[in-house]
Design a protein around this ligand. Sequence first.
Ligand SMILES: Cc1cc2nc3c(=O)[nH]c(=O)nc-3n(C[C@H](O)[C@H](O)[C@H](O)COP(=O)(O)O)c2cc1C
Length: 171
Amino acid sequence: METWDAITSRRNVREFSDSPITPEHLDRILEAGRRSPSSQNWQPWDFIAVTQREQLAELSGVWRGAGHVAGSAATIALVGPQLDSEGHRARLSYDFGQATMSIMIAAADLGIGSCHSAVGDQERARQILGFPADKDCAYMISLGYPAARPLAPIKRPDRRPFDEVVHRGRW
Ligand SMILES: Cc1cc2nc3c(=O)[nH]c(=O)nc-3n(C[C@H](O)[C@H](O)[C@H](O)COP(=O)(O)O)c2cc1C
């Protein structure tokens, strides 16, 4: 895909086909996350890639909005410092957002759908994923080929109108 096609095709996909993601493609998606920019290049993230069906099913229980994780081909858990640990809340959120979007665009480029999930139960996530006690799982990103409609550029996205959002020079 061209970059513009990947940007305009990405949408949140919550129903995935049974097709696996090849290890090469999963590594490329993870590499996109690793290359993301971050404040002062502190790279606060670790990524845990999960592909085992049983573990994915368990992970889907850590948040009420994580059901899509169970049927994903792979899910990437974004792990980092605890939000209030060092007063880095703003830059941490920003940096995880950037890594998330890089991962999602790299996936869309391969025709792979993705969806965010928050994490409600950190202890449960820690048991399933084994990350250290001084870290939290900030978000999860489920991945897989869409069960229905393959990714294709969306002509009328569900977004506020361009002229309402964009201000030129002044508000
Ligand atoms: C910070 C953040 C948290 C989100 N958490 C969840 C979630 O827990 N579960 C879920 O299914 N979708 C989650 N989403 C996905 C949003 O619902 C989605 O981005 C929004 O509905 C737009 O979807 P679209 O890009 O397909 O139009 C989250 C998105 C963001 C940016």
